[in-house]
Write a protein that binds this ligand. Structure first.
Ligand code: AMP
Ligand code: MG
Length: 681
């Protein structure tokens, strides 16, 4: 795999082969995995198809995905997703046929969606042999085994394939036999064709503590996929959204930022060895510069993303005055000031079918909710209070002019901004965007966040614990917290406490990611060599924050291979990781991802039912349980053991009890501040 990687570097992300469409075959039923959609299974922090996409994208001019279910999930790349034209899950040839039918490039390279390690020079090597032997299809081979779905075919085989399928053929080998192919030897990287067919295989690969060399190889292409997000420019009728990615914001950031040392030196009351929580937040905030580049996505795919541009209404919504209730539309001036008024029924108006006639004097129109108000009508009287006798409608007194009428443009009015760049897109925003008839929307690109755990004592899940080892849980809490924030995550596994491994890991992450998060290794005693390393790679400050838990933390930025990344070195203790993440990293990531709304976590004030010991001089984040008593009164009490290693205290809690810096012990019944976990995205 290493040799294939270095070769791929030459033909990599910068020079996609524009003659080749990459086809990811994700149209199977995943039978051996229990009938799940294989491409969407999570593996090392990402879906299998994300890994495959990342490896294939730099090798080709554009990508098509063949899928027969979950189209929206596969469309998340902004590429064309095609389903089989024949049969019912008829196998890889049906997928190849579907891809060939829409691809416009002269060659197509197919790979299965469950091969996360596929060679990075696959296309290059297949192409060399295909051209040299003037064959129609080149197929990879390892040992005596053909890897039949790793193939490169000329577009011209489409007709042959269509006839083969029409004749009932379904087997790849049989088709190859009828065609004549060239086999291409990949014995030097046979393991790169390893695919994941069962849950057990998924778990086995997942559980491995990845040695640095492999780890980086796996981590690196994730960003490449996005940077090179080449989109196949297929048929003009294609409705699939394209990604518009511009580069260079890292550079812009580098130019526009002050040095960290300068930022902190301008702060009053800055003491790195006893830094107040608020001061640490201030320093971080001052040092961030958000991503600026946008990509276009289909409206649904914008959920949870950050708007990249203001959205200006092109329409009045609603387009016409309409009724808010079922009832009778009338002219208010026709109603008597006192007593009942009798009006003649002139017709009906339904939602989507307006009243086309004329509503004369002392007439009314039966109207349904959402129906356009008849010309001349200004008021709607609900049906429950009128008396109907044939076409005579009796309206009681006391109706207000304009009641139950929705005005045109009441929701949105043409030319006015509806949503602002920097706003998060939630369900309401999705609906608003759709109500303007927009099919696509510009959103900020996702933040790329790389993370790894450090420590010689860490074992990975799935392996037996040796004496002195603990399972690496931080990578899982970080995975959860980062996923909920909508980041593109690069899980780099465990890195041992040795300078060479750490340096490699940090460089690899800095080259790819916007943000790097590590856990462990920043406490006194360990900090020295990592401090030296980080100062070599960039600018990082080490803090002892006046807080509990989570005292040591490192923050800054490091650079490698022309890219810069913000760096957060979190403590190793599992609760400290979560607390520092929520108190510092969360806000930083939201700001970096382009959010401009007020995303600070709300603090609620409730009575605390028990006493809490505390001395002034640090902010404490106790884990608490907020509950409501029978009388409807809310109160909080701390949950069990509060040690910074006791992750159970987080799982048992539903909020942080935030005890301010100056505060001393809390007596039962005193008011405290709490921060709810719910909504902690
Ligand atoms: P450190 O900050 O590296 O000194 O680690 C502090 C404590 O947290 C030690 O007890 C570590 O074993 C523990 N720890 C560090 N990293 C992890 C991790 N990824 N998962 C679980 N515990 C960890
Ligand atoms: Mg450690």
């Amino acid at each position: 795999m290493n040799s294939s990687r270095s070769k791929a570097g030459q033909s990599g992300a910068g020079h996609p082969n524009s003659a080749v469409t990459g086809l990811i075959l994700a149209g199977g039923q995943g039978r051996r995995m229990g009938g799940v959609d294989k491409g969407l299974q999570m593996f090392r922090g990402q879906r299998l198809v994300d890994h495959v996409y990342a490896r294939l994208a730099p090798q080709v001019g554009g990508i098509i995905i063949n899928a027969n279910q979950n189209y929206d999930a596969y469309k998340s790349f902004g590429v064309r997703v095609v389903s089989d034209a024949i049969g019912n899950f008829a196998g890889p040839l049906a997928g190849l046929h579907a891809g060939l039918s829409v691809s416009r490039r002269p060659f197509i390279a197919s790979v299965p969606c469950d091969s996360p390690f596929l060679p990075e020079d696959l296309v290059e090597r297949l192409m060399a042999r295909l051209v040299a032997s003037d064959a129609d299809v080149a197929v990879a081979k390892t040992g005596n085994w053909l890897q039949p779905v790793f193939c490169l075919a000329r577009r011209s085989v489409l007709e042959h394939l269509a006839n083969f399928l029409k004749g009932g053929g379904r087997k790849v080998d049989a088709w190859y036999a009828s065609l004549g192919i060239v086999e291409v030897n990949f014995d030097d990287c046979a393991e790169a064709f390893g695919n994941i067919n069962t849950r057990e295989e998924l778990a086995t690969f997942e559980g491995e503590t990845i040695a640095p060399a492999v780890q980086f190889e796996y981590a690196a292409p994730v960003a490449a996929a996005h940077a090179s997000a080449a989109v196949d420019n297929i048929s003009p009728a294609s409705g699939s959204p394209t990604m518009h990615i511009t580069s260079g914001d890292a550079l812009a950031r580098a130019v526009s930022r002050d040095a960290l040392a300068q930022v902190v030196s301008c702060m009053d009351d800055y003491d790195p060895n006893a830094l107040k929580v608020e001061k640490a937040r201030e320093a971080i905030r001052a040092f961030l510069s958000p991503v600026a580049n946008n990509e276009k996505v289909a409206v649904r795919a914008a959920l949870g993303r950050v708007l990249g541009e203001d959205i200006i209404s092109t329409l009045d919504v609603p387009a016409h005055d309409n009724s808010a209730m079922d009832g009778y539309a009338l002219r208010h001036a026709d109603l008597k000031a006192t007593g009942e008024t009798e009006l003649r029924l002139a017709g009906s108006a339904f939602a989507g079918r307006h009243f086309a006639g004329k509503m004369g004097k002392r007439e009314c129109v039966r109207i349904m909710t959402g129906a356009v108000m008849p010309r001349g009508a200004d008021t709607v009287v609900i049906q429950e209070i009128v008396q109907v006798e044939g076409d005579k409608i009796r309206i009681p007194a006391g109706q207000k002019k304009g009641q139950n009428r929705r005005l045109a443009g009441e929701d949105l009015s043409a030319g006015k901004p509806v949503l602002k760049a920097g706003q998060p897109v939630g369900p309401a925003e999705l609906g608003l965007i759709a109500s303007l008839g927009l099919a696509e929307v510009a959103v900020r690109r996702r933040l790329r966040v790389a993370f790894f755990s450090t420590g010689d004592e860490l074992a990975s899940v799935g392996s037996a614990l040796k004496k002195g080892e603990v399972y690496d849980s931080n990578r899982y809490t970080l995975y959860g917290m980062l996923s909920r924030l909508g980041c593109d995550i690069i899980d780099m596994g465990v890195v041992r406490d040795d300078p060479a491994s750490l340096e490699n890991a940090l460089k690899s992450a800095a080259a790819d990611a916007d943000v790097i998060i590590t856990s462990g290794g920043v406490s006194v005693g360990e900090a020295d060599f990592i401090r030296e390393l980080l100062s070599k790679l960039g600018e990082v400050v080490f803090w002892k924050i006046a807080m509990k838990p989570g005292r040591p933390m490192a923050f800054g930025r490091i650079a490698h291979a022309g890219n810069e990344a913000h760096f957060f070195g979190l403590p190793g203790n599992p609760v400290a990781v979560m607390v520092t993440f929520y108190q510092f990293v969360r806000d930083a990531l939201l700001a970096l991802s382009g959010r401009t709304d007020n995303f600070a976590l709300p603090l609620l004030r409730v009575p605390c039912t028990s006493s809490i010991k505390k001395s002034p001089g640090r902010t404490e984040f106790q884990r608490g349980l907020l509950t409501r008593d029978a009388g409807g009164q809310w109160s909080v009490c701390p949950t069990g053991a509060q040690g910074s290693g006791v992750l159970r205290s987080m799982a048992e809690a539903n909020c942080f009890i935030v005890l301010e810096h100056e505060r001393a012990s809390v007596a039962p019944g005193e008011t405290v501040q709490v921060q709810l976990f719910d909504g902690l995205t």
